[in-house]
Design a protein around this ligand. Structure first.
Ligand code: THU
Length: 126
């Protein structure tokens, strides 16, 4: 699994976004150390607090399936599904990542555009 193919899966996951309130479609693809991939998208709600970010959907899918060895997550997002800049994980998602991942080795792949991306560690993100 290359970084680019993980990013492609994150872009595909954006299509499932339920985001009628913000209009922001976000997709995530989480890679486990065993090579499995769990995707996620943001799911909003009329009441703000039940809204869940794409990253946490991917994380909770993996954790609930017994996957705790995680190596990287690709995150992509944009208004109306148009990717034109990085969509950095929010504080709550960073906290969830810290619970399950090593900050110096877990990688976060952020798309700068549909053609370009950058890779940072969880430690660098924090
Ligand atoms: N969102 C994510 O899915 N991931 C983030 O890291 C930041 C924000 C979602 C939540 C909400 O549906 C929309 O983007 C606007 O904040």
């Amino acid at each position: 699994m290359t970084d680019l193919s993980l990013l492609t899966l994150a872009i595909e996951a954006m299509e499932k976004s339920y985001s009628p309130y913000s209009g922001c479609k976000v997709g995530a693809a989480l890679l486990t150390k065993s090579g499995k991939i769990y995707t996620g998208t943001n799911i909003e709600n009329a009441a703000f607090s039940p809204t869940v970010c794409a990253e946490r959907v991917a994380f909770f899918k993996a954790i609930s399936e017994g996957e705790t060895e995680l190596s990287a997550i690709a995150v992509v997002g944009g208004k109306g599904g148009k990717v034109d800049g990085i969509f950095a994980p929010c504080g709550v998602c960073r906290q969830v990542m810290m619970e399950f991942c090593h900050p110096e080795t877990f990688e976060i792949i952020l798309a700068v555009s549909t053609e370009h991306y950058e890779i940072i560690t969880l430690k660098e993100l924090l």
